[in-house]
Design a protein around this ligand. Structure first.
Ligand code: HEC
Ligand code: HEC
Ligand code: HEC
Ligand code: HEC
Length: 205
């Protein structure tokens, strides 16, 4: 029955959104759940610096959003040979609006990109950390430590649940032979490598 099928599809989507909130994967350390990293299950989003197991950081400080990862992860990331993970620079500002970068501006809490075809086909899944008017790239700019394999993203004003891996904060599916979502992830910042930079309004598949 078509209607039933549509109904169960909706249920699946809603359930995966709920699962997404707890897709901790290997971050559910010894089954401790949220307490693997936070000292409470109810984390105040406005004062997260106070709720970490690793001493107190200033949650306004961009480098906190790398330091907290490095409490457990080796700074060299030398555990495997995967592509950029080990040497992508962090703790540097994203020069939004500069020559060769996406146009937009920095707000008190992030970056507003000028709308383009890219927002229609991929969205802007990243989170930047602002200090003194500069938007910094840290580990959790690219990674959401809460969601290992799914990302809830906003594309063209609609929320979608998309596959990801390794806690990447966005649609990042390298299992698809014909897909381009992992390249699109990089293009979220690297304008010069984007389709739009050469005048192509290509979709994400
Ligand atoms: C592996 C470590 C880790 C685990 C486990 C973890 N968190 Fe977090 N949490 C973080 C980090 C790091 C941040 C800061 C996010 C950032 O830098 O953007 C954060 C931020 C938050 C925030 C602030 C809002 C936000 O998204 O930034 C809330 C709320 C939160 N966590 C709740 C939880 C809950 C509930 C759980 C259990 C389901 C959990 N966390 C498990 C590391 C963790
Ligand atoms: C409490 C310790 C702890 C903290 C804090 C922590 N992690 Fe992890 N993380 C782990 C463990 C344990 C694993 C699984 C073993 C491994 O891959 O090293 C893991 C695995 C990962 C993986 C690989 C996942 C996969 O699918 O293979 C990524 C990516 C990752 N962490 C990123 C982060 C980032 C980014 C932060 C900060 C926002 C962070 N982690 C904070 C303990 C932690
Ligand atoms: C510019 C985006 C970006 C930044 C910044 C970034 N990462 Fe990653 N990281 C990725 C991507 C993308 C992957 C997945 C690569 C792949 O496809 O396996 C990854 C993979 C990883 C892995 C898994 C490595 C493996 O071989 O399984 C770990 C652990 C990790 N990152 C931790 C970190 C930590 C800690 C930081 C901060 C010091 C950080 N990352 C900063 C994008 C980023
Ligand atoms: C959050 C924004 C952001 C994302 C997402 C991002 N980058 Fe970068 N990347 C930067 C910035 C900023 C720099 C430093 C300035 C520059 O070289 O443009 C940089 C530099 C680089 C460099 C030069 C490194 C060096 O040491 O000179 C490479 C290579 C690179 N990125 C590859 C990637 C790849 C591959 C991806 C996707 C997996 C990616 N980036 C995703 C922001 C980003």
């Amino acid at each position: 029955m078509k209607l039933t099928w549509v109904g169960s599809l909706l249920v699946t989507v809603v359930l995966s959104a709920v699962t997404a909130a707890q897709d901790l994967g290997p971050h559910n350390i010894n089954g401790q759940g949220c307490l693997s990293c936070h000292n409470t299950n109810v984390v105040d989003p406005n004062n997260i610096g106070a709720s970490f197991n690793f001493g107190t950081f200033d949650s306004q400080d961009p480098s906190f959003h790398s330091a907290v990862c490095l409490s457990c992860h080796d700074g060299s990331m030398a555990s495997s040979g995967s592509l950029l993970a080990h040497d992508h620079p962090v703790s540097m500002p994203y020069p939004v609006g500069a020559d060769g970068y996406w146009p937009g501006y920095v707000t008190t809490s992030g970056v507003v990109f000028k709308l383009s075809n890219f927002d229609q086909v991929y969205g802007r899944p990243l989170r930047f950390y602002v200090s003194y008017g500069k938007a910094y790239v840290e580990c959790s700019t690219c990674h959401d430590p809460h969601n290992q394999s799914v990302a809830v993203v906003t594309i063209n004003g609609h929320a979608y649940t998309k596959p990801t891996r390794k806690f990447v904060r966005g649609w990042y599916d390298i299992s698809s032979q014909i897909g381009n979502s992992s390249a699109q992830f990089c293009r979220t910042c690297h304008y010069e490598q984007s389709n739009e930079a050469v005048g192509l309004n290509a979709p994400t598949i």
